[in-house]
Design a protein around this ligand. Structure first.
Ligand code: G3H
Ligand code: 13P
Ligand code: ZN
Length: 315
């Protein structure tokens, strides 16, 4: 069942965070739904601009519609990740998305508010909710490239003004994370002091943490042992998710870790089966491993086991 992120956030706020997972293809969709059913968790499917054009946006929508039928017990939101204004408007028009993210965070403050407000007005007119972003993460986004050193953390005082004037339903905040597999040079630094101040200024308002992959070292070592070259990859400590949730983070975005599962499975499979060429053999392993990965993440997020409680809220 497709629901808005707003409903999921009402259930989760202050207690746990909902996992927001990026997908691009059928195998990820199967593993994603299976893993969330196995761990009895509500979830958010994230579709980026890049994943919409990887095959065809209609193809991805078709896969998600089919998955909804294959796993009728599932409860999830369909969310555009890091949209520009034109992509947001296209998704709002399509009627398929229950939530869109407008990412105008690289624009000057006033322009970010104006752009976000236009998207909010169009989305709310159709019952769709909007995530916006204030501050800049380090690392590489689709249309934003900021170095870790230049990353700008969210200003807690601006956050309140931004939410009031833009009308957004949730806010992605920059508190020290970055996208991709190389998040921290030294030890990691999530700025819980900044997060806590944002929550004080915006009590009860759902916050979002992007760039939250953990980049498990065991996964990196297995990839490298099977021929990969991910040197110095480092991520967020997943045991900090619960603390973030208590400080108002209700959505935690994870993409890179899922890509690492794909890379490990396929590298190891073909190393062990140099004669292999049936794509379904590693595909089957990947779907099972991806489902396991999702269920484990939901344990860290605290969303595991909350499916039936959310069902009562949405039905
Ligand atoms: O934040 C970016 C997400 O990891 C999506 O990545 O734009 O390569 O699909 P992508
Ligand atoms: P990671 O690169 O840490 O998985 O972050 C994903 C993300 O923020 C998607 O919007
Ligand atoms: Zn992101």
């Amino acid at each position: 069942m497709i629901v808005t992120t707003k409903k999921l956030f009402e259930a989760a706020y202050g207690k746990y965070a909902i996992g927001a997972y990026n997908i691009n293809n059928l195998e990820q969709a199967m593993g994603l739904f299976q893993g969330n059913i196995d761990s009895q968790a509500p979830f958010i499917i994230q579709i980026s601009k890049g994943s919409r054009s990887y095959t065809n946006k209609l193809m991805l929508e078709g896969i998600i519609r089919a998955a909804d039928e294959v796993f009728p017990e599932s409860i999830f939101a369909v969310h555009l990740d890091h949209g520009d204004e034109a992509t947001c408007m296209d998704c709002i028009k399509s009627g398929f998305y229950s939530s869109v993210m407008i990412d105008a965070s690289s624009e000057p403050y006033e322009k970010n508010i104006e752009t976000t407000k236009r998207v909010v007005d169009a989305a709310h007119a159709k019952g769709i909710v909007v995530e916006a972003e204030l501050g800049q993460l380090g690392g590489v986004e689709e249309h934003v490239n900021v170095s870790e050193d230049n990353a700008k953390l969210t200003n807690p005082d601006q956050a309140k003004d931004f939410v009031e004037r833009s009308g957004c339903d949730s806010l992605a905040v920059a508190i020290g994370t970055s996208h991709g597999a190389f998040k921290f040079q030294g030890s990691q630094s999530l700025h819980f002091d900044v997060l806590s101040q944002i929550q004080k200024n915006l009590p009860g308002f759902p916050l979002v943490m992007h760039g939250s992959s953990s980049v498990p070292q065991e996964e990196v070592e297995r990839i490298n042992a099977a021929g990969g070259k991910l040197l110095g990859a480092k991520g967020v400590d997943a045991s900090q998710f619960r603390q973030a949730a208590q400080l108002g983070v209700t959505k935690i975005n994870i993409d890179t870790d899922g890509r690492l599962v794909w890379t490990r499975v396929h590298r190891e499979y073909f190393l062990e089966h140099p004669e292999g060429f049936d794509l379904r053999a590693p595909g089957k392993i990947f779907m099972a491993e991806y489902a396991k990965f999702i269920a484990q993440k939901n344990d860290y997020l605290g969303s595991a086991g909350h499916l039936e409680e959310v069902r009562k809220l949405v039905s």
